[in-house]
Write a protein that binds this ligand. Structure first.
Ligand code: NI
Length: 218
């Protein structure tokens, strides 16, 4: 799922996000240790429990950008995300691109998703928003009351030829401060995840949530 923004806008968005970050949640000091933020989009789904098991085996915290309609269908998986220390972000209710939607529908997409997450988790409120397909515009920015969180590495997992391609892509592109986009709905991603985690561990990285990463940006 590709960014539809000009690439030169990305640093501006990252600065914008950093400026809007909530007070620092407890987490590692990413100025002293190299950090990466894994982000897993479009769930929860039939792979989510296994993804959570793999993350737990590496004691890795991640950020799940969830789709509200799926939260409603599997609230127990979202409760588990929060209980296990992961961050949950809002990825709209129906995963529809926002730029052509009326304002009221954009707000409903966000509010209904937050309500589903809150109901699933006894009150957890997402602090982050990732636009479906990364599709964003100045008009959407003026409507949405959250900073958008995009990514610095798109694994391309959903269209990868095989899991090794995903592993290789992350190994080659990742560095301190990377925000890595993955999708939990593909089995290739689930198969790649342990190797991705092991490679990053071997290279000395700490896994943080997006809010932790942004709070620690200089
Ligand atoms: Ni998505």
């Amino acid at each position: 799922m590709r960014i539809r923004l000009p690439r030169f806008l990305l640093p501006l968005f990252i600065l914008f996000i950093a400026g809007c970050a909530a007070p620092p949640p407890p987490g590692p000091d990413c100025s002293a240790t190299p950090c990466v933020a894994l982000t897993i989009d479009d769930g929860p789904n039939r792979n989510t429990a296994q993804v959570l098991d793999i993350l737990a085996a590496y004691n890795a915290k991640a950020t799940f950008f969830v789709v509200g309609s799926r939260v409603e269908a599997a609230p127990e998986l979202v409760a588990r995300m929060v209980a296990e220390g992961h961050e949950v972000g809002n990825h709209s209710w129906s995963h529809i691109p926002f730029p052509r939607l009326p304002e009221a529908q954009i707000l409903a997409e966000l509010e209904n998703t937050n309500a589903a997450v809150s109901a699933a988790t006894e009150g957890y409120t997402p602090q982050l928003f990732r636009p479906p397909y990364g599709s964003y515009s100045p008009r959407v920015a003026a409507i949405v009351p959250y900073a958008p969180v995009l990514w610095t590495i798109d694994t391309g997992d959903w269209e990868a030829a095989g899991y090794q391609e995903i592993v290789r892509h992350v190994r080659q592109k990742s560095g301190p401060g990377s925000v890595i986009l993955m999708h939990g709905f593909t089995r290739k991603t689930v198969r790649a995840l342990p190797e991705i985690l092991q490679n990053l561990v071997d290279r000395g990285f700490t896994f943080v949530t997006v809010s932790q990463l942004l709070a620690r940006r200089p």
